[in-house]
Design a protein around this ligand. Sequence first.
Ligand code: COA
Length: 146
Amino acid sequence: MATAPLPRVNPADAGARAWAGRALEAAGLCALGEATELLAARAPDGVLLGVAGLERYGGDGLLRSLVVAPAARRSGTGAALVAAVEQRAAALGLGALYLLTESAMAFFAARGYERVPRESVPAAVRGSEQFRLHCPASAVCLRKYL
Ligand SMILES: CC(C)(COP(=O)(O)OP(=O)(O)OC[C@H]1O[C@@H](n2cnc3c(N)ncnc32)[C@H](O)[C@@H]1OP(=O)(O)O)[C@@H](O)C(=O)NCCC(=O)NCCS
């Protein structure tokens, strides 16, 4: 039921990074890393709706820090952010995107992500701060080839 106009997704500015810090904390997700390239979705009037992050590890990417403002959910913003991260990753020549999630498996499965064992994840991605420090063993690992 996407009745709202589609958001515009662009690289995040300092204001959007600060917004992301608050939104991630409120959603119970870990803070941005220094290496996180962040994209921000805004409504046509400029209001921030959500963010998503990409980290590059060799020829692969880590999709992380996806969060949409609670009042803006279920209107296509999350899907637009994931599509924008995939587009950016493909433009960088990355072969696959990996992510860890505890709560959004169905959302990502509907966008072509498949569950994979952590051991199958490239060592460089597994060495990322998010894999090493932030996500509990219960988090599911997903992959999508680009
Ligand atoms: C997960 C999240 C980013 C989805 O954002 P959103 O803007 O609501 O997603 P969209 O509106 O683009 O949804 C696209 C589709 O996914 C569905 N969907 C949305 N959230 C879903 C969820 N948690 N589980 C299953 N399906 C979901 C929508 O119904 C919609 O389906 P449709 O295309 O058939 O209409 C958002 O709920 C959120 O910020 N959650 C808290 C943080 C979080 O869990 N982030 C992921 C960490 S990896």
